[in-house]
Design a protein around this ligand. Structure first.
Ligand code: PEP
Ligand code: MN
Length: 359
């Protein structure tokens, strides 16, 4: 069976050690089966696992930090990694509700909505400051001012902030304000953004949304790019997957929530899996039923759009819940979550930050 090794070198590892590593693995020269992802991070695909003696020699090469097996089949199924979400975590068995407006419109708007969702029991606040929009003439977000408003809302409510990073150029400023970096559906295969968001030295957890036409295998591979970035930076496993509906031939919903994806991703990865019923539904009436379906299927959390006046929202108002509908949804999904069986094993803690690469 194919084996994938990630060889993590010090950035100043001697070139001779790198050459010897590749030779030991059967690559005397350039080959499409090995690839550098960043200085010091070499990934190699092999037809079979190397013998223990070779692994030991690799480990003892000068400048070699560690050799890790990245073969997807080797992932522990069942136990979820607990990913930090502000003061709490996601994936440890509790249901985490992340809620807020589609886009940040003003400080007053986001502070007010944050207070409402906090009072209803949300664990985190969502809101876009950098918005991907189909039309170049639609509202694209307030940018850094929107991030400042989100920070003000966090200050008032204590809720951690989940917000989208649209582009590698925006990564430093978004990572400065956000507690969790969202990568949206349209960017699920923006490979440089995936790697660099994972590799950002602040080590912010990443929330990756499934592309609207992505298979689960493509989604897992996209997740692997983020994880390689995190591995390189020293924060492996701080990743949340989000099923947000896929495009089908059915026109009466914006997207079709792929409920089966939730248990399937939980079975084939060790990552928390949440669902976004708002972008799946496209219409308000369907958000609560889809949220219930996702929780019944075992989702570790929900990402939901809420606005004090959905009819006047600057973006996605038709799929946005008002405060009363949100409060009802939270009560319904908490009641359902209480009926779920306990997770199969204790959560694995996300690795500590002490191993982080300083850059
Ligand atoms: C969002 O959550 O703000 C968003 C744009 O969703 P998606 O990327 O799933 O379309
Ligand atoms: Mn939206």
């Amino acid at each position: 069976m194919k084996t994938i090794l990630a060889c993590c070198f010090e950035s100043d590892a001697p070139p001779a050690a790198v050459r010897e590593c590749l030779e030991l693995l059967g690559f005397p020269g350039p080959d499409p089966r090995w690839r550098w992802h960043a200085p010091g991070l070499l990934c190699v695909t092999l037809d079979a696992a190397p013998p223990p003696a070779v692994r030991e020699r690799l480990q003892r090469l000068p400048g070699m930090q560690r050799v890790l097996d990245r073969s997807l089949a080797s992932r522990p199924a069942g136990a979820r990694s607990a990913v930090p979400l502000g003061k709490t975590s996601i994936g440890g068995g509790q249901l985490a509700v992340i809620a807020g407006p589609c886009s940040v419109e003003s400080r007053e708007q986001v502070v007010e909505i944050a207070a409402i969702v906090a009072a209803a029991g949300a664990e985190a606040l969502r809101g876009g400051a950098y918005k991907p929009r189909t039309s170049p003439y639609a509202f694209g977000g307030l940018g850094e001012a929107g991030l400042e408003h989100l920070a003000a809302a966090r200050e008032r409510t204590g809720l951690p902030v989940v917000t989208e990073v649209l582009d590698t150029d925006d990564l430093p400023v978004v990572a400065q304000y956000a507690d969790v970096l969202q990568i949206g559906s349209r960017n699920m295969q923006n490979f440089p953004l995936l790697f660099r968001t994972g590799a950002h030295p602040r080590g912010r957890p990443v929330l990756l949304k499934r592309g609207m036409a992505a298979t689960l295998e493509e989604f897992r591979m996209a997740a692997e790019y983020v994880r390689l970035g995190q591995l390189w930076a020293g924060f492996d496993g701080r990743l949340i997957l989000c099923e947000r509906g896929i495009r089908t031939f059915e026109p009466s919903v914006r997207n079709v929530l792929d409920v089966a994806a939730i248990p399937l991703l939980q079975k084939t990865t060790d990552l928390p899996v949440i669902a976004d019923p708002s972008h799946a539904a496209g219409v308000r009436e369907l958000v609560r039923p889809l949220a219930r379906a996702a929780v019944a299927a075992g989702a570790d959390g929900l990402l939901v759009e809420v606005h004090t006046d959905p009819g006047r929202a600057w973006c996605d108002g038709e799929q946005t819940l008002d405060p009363a509908q949100f409060e009802l949804m939270v009560r319904e999904v908490r009641a359902l979550a209480a009926l779920r069986p306990a997770p199969p094993a204790g959560p694995r803690q996300a690795p500590s930050l002490t191993a982080a690469r300083s850059s």
